[in-house]
Ligand binder design. Sequence first.
Ligand SMILES: Nc1ncnc2c1ncn2[C@@H]1O[C@H](COP(=O)(O)OP(=O)(O)OP(=O)(O)O)[C@@H](O)[C@H]1O
Length: 519
Amino acid sequence: MNVEASQDGSQRGQLLFRRTSAACNMLSDKLQHVRIHSEGSTSQLCAPPPPPGAAAAGAMSQDGGPQLQRDPSILSQQPSQQLLMRGLTIDTTRYPSQSDMACTPDYATPVEQQFHVDYDIGAACQNEDQESRSPAKSPVRHIKRPRHAAGAWPGLEERESEVNSQPSQSQSSGRSQGDGPSTSSKQQTQSGCTFSLPPVAVPPRNKSRFARPHSPATFKNPFLTGGDPDQQHCINSSMPKQLPLVSSLHIKFKVHKEIGSGSFSRVVRATHRLSGLDYAIKRCRDALRRDSDRNRWLQEVQAHAAVGAHPNVVQYFDAWAEPDMEGDMMYIQLELCQESLGSMVATTKDPWRELELIGLMKQMASALAHIHAKGMVHLDVKPDNIYSGLDGAYKLGDFGMATLKHGHWHVEEGDARYLSGELLQGRTSALDKADIFALGASLYELASGSELPKSGPVYQRLRQGKITMLPTFTTQFLNVIKTLMHEDPAQRPSAEAILKLPLCCKAQLPMASVRRTSV
Ligand SMILES: Nc1ncnc2c1ncn2[C@@H]1O[C@H](COP(=O)(O)OP(=O)(O)OP(=O)(O)O)[C@@H](O)[C@H]1O
């Protein structure tokens, strides 16, 4: 160490700073057993005696770190075995002998101030080039330290302690003695000073401790594969369960208010945290415990997903299941719509105009034509399941009853008010026409402004296609409704045929007339 300074007291702080930096150079890099000449005497830097002697003579610095002291009386002694500085172990037995040392006298600093070492050597070593102002060329060879994220891998501490417990490498190059930045967390200086680098991120060895959970099952969607009945029921209670700490719903979405509920589900408006888009998230009312309930939900998801995108179908986006203490919570992420026509009718008493209803018929026929073309049927068409979309179109939703047109699956009965006569009799040969009957019944309900009966003579008459004439509607329109509700399913037009009816062709799509309410 080569320090030149006057004895001017104002420069002592600077000197101390320089000395500190220079000491860092020495300690981190090269030998350094330092002899200091001061006030005509020679003293040797050494470690304080180990405990219990350490308790005496201010062996510890204020922050608890050990403090190096001058001890002229031990000039002739061998250096102590270790210097302990801020957790760094400096093995002084590896130091060169005193005769190897080249030290520069320090005439400027009072003895007490010299080498009051309570700085962080590791940090100082990193800044060695910036900090040191010694005119002597620094013999430090730079040790490249890999950038890392400490603790980036679980088990890193374990790995680090493994590395640190290895025997010290011999002093030689000043470069890392390890096998590359990915494995070595210990560095040696030329002097043999050994200090630990912060741990380098390496994958854990013990993979079993970090084994991934089972991958969930991947289901075949029978609505896409043509309806192999064996594929219909796939979810069962033996699926692996892992209770999530936080529901994906709250991880992925900011949940706002509930916007609706049905017999099986609750629906909330939620904002996707990443995209900022709003969705309707449909969640089962209670955790599902029975396989039959899980499969009913799965069938709805698969049917809705298989339908794909259509401007008059509520868009399906995603679905997931989360194990719960009680069973399984199921979620479906859907296009957000305004309220359903059913609840709109209940809240606003405005009668529907013919043009509005023709527009609705046309859009629902388009949705059904799309669904039927996919070989599927909805089987739950009703005002409660028709939504006015935010884009100004009507949307058919709720595919909980959807099934295959020509499948041999069990057909569940939908809402009795919209159920066709043949389904009541258990005839399922023309399921697509049951959707057409339900559409006719829905239009008639909106036109009449009163709820359809669930039973009784009027109920039976409607199943025979006998409807009451409504004065505010044209005969042409009412005849179309009568045809849709024809007793014989074969006499009902297909969804495609409805779109070609003169009434629909004449009418402009009254998209702007979609009744809007706030979500
Ligand atoms: N995509 C959506 N956008 C806005 N609101 C929705 C949406 N889907 C459903 N809702 C609201 O949630 C309510 C319940 O939804 P849905 O009818 O699908 O549930 P459900 O349990 O299947 O009902 P159901 O009793 O007919 O079986 C609807 O009446 C509607 O008010």
